[in-house]
Design a protein around this ligand. Structure first.
Ligand code: V47
Ligand code: SF4
Length: 383
């Protein structure tokens, strides 16, 4: 198909059409305001359909944030609490198990677990969360912790990353979330979260996880003090590790929500910026199979539109989300399965329920909470 594009985008377009990799400068150019968003939409859609056909994935999942008490003070975070603040909470084993039970009864295949780094909790507390949930519901995939938490566990245990990950695997860890990436470029990272795991550590943890056969996701927090150069640098670093390991499954661009944060004077990114970033991410990250439009953060309408701007995944039905809602998100707490499927169908895509590692989920016709793994992504896309 020949696409009409802005003259300045011709070289990038030729590269995309012939399957050649885009350069750092191509990435910067795509963020220039004179490049029409629709041109990027068309190009990113070409790549999206090449990789994922007409399929759009969703999963049935729930979130667990076992504590919001955190030793760190990332300036963009509205979720965290000081140890002694009335806002602080810490869940008991019973409450955690109750969440597991609720998840399984509602047909969840995945629990997404991230939280604060509690001043008084040792590694065993975090390890125990994974163990009790896994022992009670072994088929519930525990997509747990960010690289920032893994780095904290390393310090608590005075050991290395491999040892921490092995202990968590033994307890029942399924995969790692993509959080804690924020913006890798030091000009920005030093201003928004200088105290926590640095860029080198974040990559060390994901590289080690991939070498151990653990799948991980990756993210980028955009729409605050960063600029286009920082964003392209971020994507370029992710693409380089993926060339080496192939262990990233999904990239999730996270739009900054300013309310109740130390950056509340900054305006939330526009839908146009969200779609541009989605499209550029799909185009630059030619080696990461999935791009997620996280509806909780983008809003349902933009997430649905993003399915034509490079995204192939809406994340999940989601229960108990706190990080974005504390920072002003007005999206609902849960989307029903019918609603999420309809959103995908309205966008002209074929909805496919997936598990965390992108295998199709087939539900028992008589008992929704029972399911088995169906076809692989390759089989689905080529069918
Ligand atoms: O690292 C915190 C972000 C991340 C705000 O792996 C904020 O599938 C916007 O890791 N505005 C944690 N973003 C969440 C996370 C995640 C989310 C969705 C899917 C996956 C996945 C992982 O949330 C943090 C930070 O980048 N965050 N505060 C805020 N005010
Ligand atoms: Fe703590 Fe995570 Fe919030 Fe940073 S983003 S303050 S590490 S909870």
């Amino acid at each position: 198909m020949i696409l009409t594009t802005h003259p300045k985008l011709k070289t990038s377009r030729d590269k995309v059409e012939s399957g050649e990799r885009l350069s750092f400068d191509d990435g910067l150019l795509m963020y220039e305001p004179e490049i029409p968003l629709n041109d990027l939409g068309q190009l990113s859609n070409l790549v999206r359909e090449r990789i994922n056909g007409n399929v759009a994935y969703y999963n049935i999942n729930t979130h667990l944030n076992p504590t919001n008490v955190c030793i760190y003070r990332c300036v963009f975070c509205a979720f965290r609490s000081d140890l002694k603040s009335p806002k602080g909470y810490l869940m008991s084993d019973e409450q955690i198990l109750e969440r597991g039970r609720e998840a399984v009864e509602n047909g969840c295949t995945e629990m997404h677990i991230v939280g604060g780094l509690h001043h008084l909790k040792k590694f065993d507390w975090y390890e125990n969360i994974i163990r009790i949930l896994h022992n009670a519901w072994p088929s519930l995939h525990l997509k747990s912790w960010t690289a920032v938490e893994i780095s904290w566990f390393e310090q608590l245990l005075k050991t290395d990353v491999r040892d921490v990950l092995q202990r968590l695997l033994d307890a029942g860890l399924g995969s790692l979330t993509g959080g804690g990436a924020e913006i890798f470029h030091p000009e920005v990272r030093d201003q928004i979260c200088e105290h926590k795991a640095d860029t080198e550590k974040w990559f060390d943890i994901h590289r080690t996880a991939h070498q151990m056969g653990i799948k991980t996701n990756c993210t980028m927090l955009y729409g605050h003090i960063e600029n286009a150069l920082h964003r392209i640098d971020h994507l370029d670093r992710l693409r380089t590790l993926q060339d080496e390991t192939g262990g990233f499954q999904t990239f999730i661009p996270l739009a900054f929500h300013p309310e109740n944060t130390g950056l509340s004077h900054i305006k939330k990114p526009s839908a146009l910026m969200d779609l541009r970033t989605m499209a550029i991410s799909r185009l630059m990250l030619d080696n990461i199979p999935h791009i997620k439009a996280y509806w909780i953060m983008l809003g349902v309408g933009t997430a649905q539109t993003a399915l034509s701007y490079g995204a192939d995944d809406l994340d999940g039905t989601v229960r108990h989300e706190l990080i974005y809602h504390d920072a002003g998100a007005t999206t609902p707490q849960v989307l029903s399965i019918e609603r999420i499927r309809l959103l995908i169908e309205e966008a002209g895509r074929q909805p496919v329920e997936r598990d965390t590692i992108y295998r199709q989920v087939i539900r028992d016709a008589n008992d929704f909470s029972k399911w088995e793994v169906g076809r692989s992504v390759e089989e689905l896309v080529n069918s």
